[in-house]
Structure formats: structure tokens, C-alpha cells
Ligand binder design. Structure first.
Ligand code: HEC
Length: 82
């Protein structure tokens, strides 16, 4: 029973990964993975880094410290330049 459940989960995860665009970076994937459970993926370039930082603190509670810093690094590099 447990093995079957595990295989099923692996299958679903593999399926999800296959649909992610090949040229995306790991940070892109992290963003689409962690930030689309409630809404579509907002284009990072439309927002200032500070806004993205606020949203990450507001909605990114499930992130580990490592994920958070990777995500914020990605936002910093791609956010709207003032
Ligand atoms: C628990 C649900 C949830 C998750 C997870 C979530 N968001 Fe959101 N997000 C919302 C809601 C609700 C709004 C609209 C209300 C608001 O502005 O706070 C929103 C709004 C936004 C907006 C503004 C969109 C606009 O109106 O222009 C941005 C940017 C954003 N989220 C980024 C993120 C990022 C980055 C993450 C991942 C760290 C994330 N969200 C994860 C619920 C979520």
C-alpha cells in the first residue's frame, strides 16, 4: 500500500516537472511552484522588488529560509527597475 502511494506521488511530481518549460531556471520553477497556489503567476517585471518582497513575506510563509533567499534573489534580478 505505502509503496503504491509513494509511486503515485513520484508520478505526479514527475508529470508536474515535465510541464515546466525547459529553459526556466531553478528559481523560476521555485516561483511558479510556491506562488501559484492562490493566483496565476504574475510577471515579475511588473513589480518593484519592494512589492515582491512584501508579498513574499505576506504569502510565502511555507518557504524555507533557503527557498526564500533564492526567490528574493530572483526577484531582485528581474523586478521592475525604478
Ligand atoms: C495563500 C494564497 C497566496 C499565495 C500562496 C501567494 N499569494 Fe500572492 N496574492 C494572494 C492574494 C489573496 C492577493 C491579492 C490581495 C493582496 O494584494 O494581498 C495576492 C496578490 C499578489 C500580488 C499583487 C497582484 C496585483 O494585484 O497586482 C503579487 C505580486 C503577489 N501576490 C505575489 C506573490 C508571490 C511572489 C507569492 C509567492 C511567495 C505569492 N504571491 C503567493 C494570495 C496568495
Amino acid at each position: 500500500m505505502k509503496i503504491k502511494a509513494l509511486l503515485f506521488i513520484i508520478f505526479i511530481v514527475a508529470l508536474g516537472c515535465a510541464t515546466i518549460k525547459q529553459n526556466n531556471t531553478a528559481q523560476d520553477e521555485l516561483y511558479s511552484l510556491k506562488c501559484t497556489s492562490c493566483h496565476r503567476l504574475y510577471p515579475v517585471g511588473l513589480y518593484a522588488y519592494k512589492e515582491l518582497l512584501n508579498y513574499t513575506h505576506k504569502y510565502g510563509r511555507g518557504l524555507t529560509a533557503d527557498e526564500r533567499s533564492r526567490l528574493l534573489g530572483y526577484f531582485k534580478a528581474n523586478a521592475k527597475q525604478k
